[in-house]
Design a protein around this ligand. Sequence first.
Ligand code: IMP
Ligand code: MG
Length: 179
Amino acid sequence: MRQDIERILFSEEQLQNRIAELGAELTRDYRDKNPIFVGVLKGCFIFMADLLRSVDVYCTMDFMAVSSYGDGTTTTGAVKINKDLSRDIAGRHVIIVEDILDSGITLAYLKRYLSVRNPASIRIVTLLDKPARRRADIKADYAGFEVEDAFVVGYGLDYAEEYRNLPYIGVLKSEIYSK
Ligand code: IMP
Ligand code: MG
């Protein structure tokens, strides 16, 4: 698996250090707000597990599953909800947890989709931000790292459902997805 990675962008240590900083920011901003963290499956699963262990406030968690990609490396532009929230979010401070903000189509859609349920607020925390490819008018409120326009995998991010279990984030060799 590791021979498919062209280069490592963020090591385990870099990820942990930055995530601890994000956790401290969220702890400061959400004290006494009892936020609900909404993870966007499946890409969020490792980031969310690490991030939430460095957030020291009373909070709850829920998950949604959406798909927009198929097995390619660019968005199809259409977002499908495969799993919705299990509880009401009316009056709650919602924090959406994403692996990567790319075209922004997924998060723009999700934010609109959840805002009609009357939450007190909605913010977005993303581990990676790829601003070069933005197509929807959306920004992350908290972002771990900005990334160049390359297809990255690992630490939850996949290519065709594989590579999520790499402990770091790396650039996938282009020959893998062009074959
Ligand atoms: P967006 O709707 O284009 O912003 O895409 C968001 C979703 O696309 C993310 O949640 C990822 O699942 C996927 N995605 C976008 N860029 C990458 C990448 O470089 N590697 C792996 N998945 C990606
Ligand atoms: Mg994906």
